[in-house]
Design a protein around this ligand. Structure first.
Ligand code: SF4
Ligand code: ZN
Length: 285
């Protein structure tokens, strides 16, 4: 298999894009893909003071490296959840990464707030998620950052959406936007610069770049059933994850207010309702 751009030996065949690439062309492709996403969806804006939440995993390591390559200024935040050797190893990876990309790293220990994750008996991940969101937001605001970026991937957003839809909750779409502006002075904006990028693409990026990352899962991680469903669909329908996440974002960006048809006055999503459009088209004949 040859690289479609330069003809050298390809290291990957991206089925979603139907393109085979060598390692150099892949890094370039990845960087452009992230830059395009950021520009198109205004994920970062002029004047942003960016804080990157990093976990030591491949996704946030890829995010930090590519944003640094794209010339963004930012600091990083690692939250030590107190999960024994898992947290210790992750912390080491993040410290190593900070040294490589030469960015400031801040560390907050959950213990400072009076508990650690292994002491939580019930709904561990839900408590952990709340704690992380709380600390990210508070740390960012108190230290003059205006936006917190996380390494959520396309699979994260699609599986989160499917899980919530299956659970009967439909109000989640707007929580999946690539950038969420604060609705209160105590909140900072949230950004997901990798929302269109797949986990496999992040993995390939960190491997080619030789970046430090922790591959083991958190010992409290639940069985990733929804993720597996998403992987299965992607396997059968290459491109599904990207198309789905782009569709979600377009949907979530639509204003919720309803309009009325300028011809008949019934509910309409545009200036003229679909029924009147059909009537106009058919009565012309
Ligand atoms: Fe926290 Fe581990 Fe659950 Fe992730 S898997 S939310 S790190 S407890
Ligand atoms: Zn090439």
């Amino acid at each position: 298999m040859r690289c479609k751009k330069c003809g050298r030996k390809a290291v990957t065949n991206l089925r979603a894009y139907r393109i085979a690439l060598c390692s150099d062309c892949y890094l370039d492709f990845y960087k452009r893909m992230v830059q395009r996403s950021i520009k198109k969806h205004k994920i970062f804006m002029e004047g942003d003071e960016i804080l990157l939440a990093v976990s030591g995993g491949k996704d946030s390591s890829a995010m930090a490296s590519v944003l640094s390559n794209l010339g963004y200024e930012f600091d990083m935040l690692y939250i030590d959840l107190g999960i024994g050797s898992y947290s210790e190893d992750s912390r080491k990876k993040v410290e190593e990464l900070a040294g490589i990309i030469e960015k400031d790293l801040h560390i907050v220990e959950l213990r400072e707030y009076g508990f650690t994750i292994p002491e939580v008996k019930d709904r561990v991940c839900s408590v952990c998620g709340t704690a992380k969101r709380y600390i990210m937001n508070r740390f960012a605001r108190e230290n003059g950052f205006t936006v917190v970026a996380t390494g959520h991937t396309a699979e994260d957003l699609v599986s989160f959406y499917l899980k919530n839809i299956a659970g009967g909750q439909r109000e989640y779409a707007e929580k999946l936007l690539p950038r969420i502006e604060p609705f209160d002075a105590k909140l900072v904006a949230k950004a997901r610069p990798l929302f269109e990028v797949s986990e496999k693409e992040n993995m390939l990026y960190v491997i080619i770049k030789g970046l430090p990352f922790k591959n083991e899962e958190c010992p409290f991680a639940p069985k990733p059933e929804w993720k597996e469903i998403v992987y299965d669909i992607e396997l059968k329908k290459p491109g599904f994850v990207k198309n789905f996440v782009r569709g979600l974002v377009t949907e979530a960006k639509k204003p919720l207010e309803t309009r009325h048809c300028s011809i008949c006055g019934e509910i309409s999503s545009g200036e003229i309702c679909s029924f009147c459009k059909i009537r106009m088209r058919l009565s012309k004949k």
